[in-house]
Design a protein around this ligand. Structure first.
Ligand code: GRF
Length: 205
């Protein structure tokens, strides 16, 4: 992996940051040719900030302020100083408007615990389990996609994987399998972007 240039990632989080941890671990063991150059949180108590500090990754706490447009434009300005190749939304629980997205065309990557076109928004795993218990679905999944516009959990799909919902699944067991798959899929997708195996500019047209 020595001849592959390392991509610069800025990771946006709002909470636990287990997906951030997967990216940190993969980068440190050489499985992902990436430098995580910054972690941004809109919540001061996000545990992901502690994870970043532990690995001496620069962090930015950027709390809600002003209008959405002003917040997003200011956020983009701060993130641009990290010179990221990709901005990764890994549990960032806030919609980003074009005032942010226009600064990083085809370079914002989101992770969502559901398949494309299904269960957009919050609590996707809980809703999938509820639907399964009502006999309305047998599986859910995980996807990684580009964020070209203000659509919620939509945009050109970079990767997706199905997760079966078992008859005896609890929220904990299903969430555990979904999270485990998210960690893998996020790392493999970013590796494909880093190596040029996936070209985001091809997908978005
Ligand atoms: C993940 O399920 C992600 O897909 C969703 O929020 C969750 C974040 O988990 N958008 P973590 O903070 O990475 O543990």
């Amino acid at each position: 992996m020595n001849d592959v240039r390392k991509i610069r990632l800025v990771v946006l989080i709002s909470g636990s940051g287990s997906n951030l941890q997967a990216l940190i671990d993969a980068s440190e063991r050489g499985a992902l040719p990436a430098n995580i150059v910054g972690v941004v949180s809109n919540r001061a108590d996000a545990f992901g900030l502690t994870r970043a500090h532990k690995h001496t990754i620069p962090t930015l706490f950027f709390p809600k302020q002003g209008t959405r447009r002003d917040y997003d434009a200011a956020l983009a300005e701060h993130i641009a100083t990290f010179r990221p190749d990709f901005v990764v939304l890994a549990g960032w629980l806030r919609l980003l408007s074009m005032a942010f997205l226009e600064h990083f065309p085809n370079r914002v990557v989101n992770l969502h615990p559901a398949l494309p076109g299904e269960l957009p928004g919050l609590h996707a795993i809980e809703r999938a389990l509820d639907e399964a218990r009502r006999g309305e679905r047998t599986h859910t999944g995980v996807m990684v996609h580009l964020v070209p516009d203000e659509g919620v959990d939509s945009g050109p799909v970079l990767a997706q994987e199905r997760v079966e919902i078992l008859a005896d699944d609890t929220l904990e067991t299903l969430r555990g399998r979904v999270r485990g798959l998210e960690h893998l899929l996020l790392v493999t997708t970013l590796r494909r972007l880093a190596t040029g195996d996936l070209d985001p500019d091809d997908l978005s047209t």
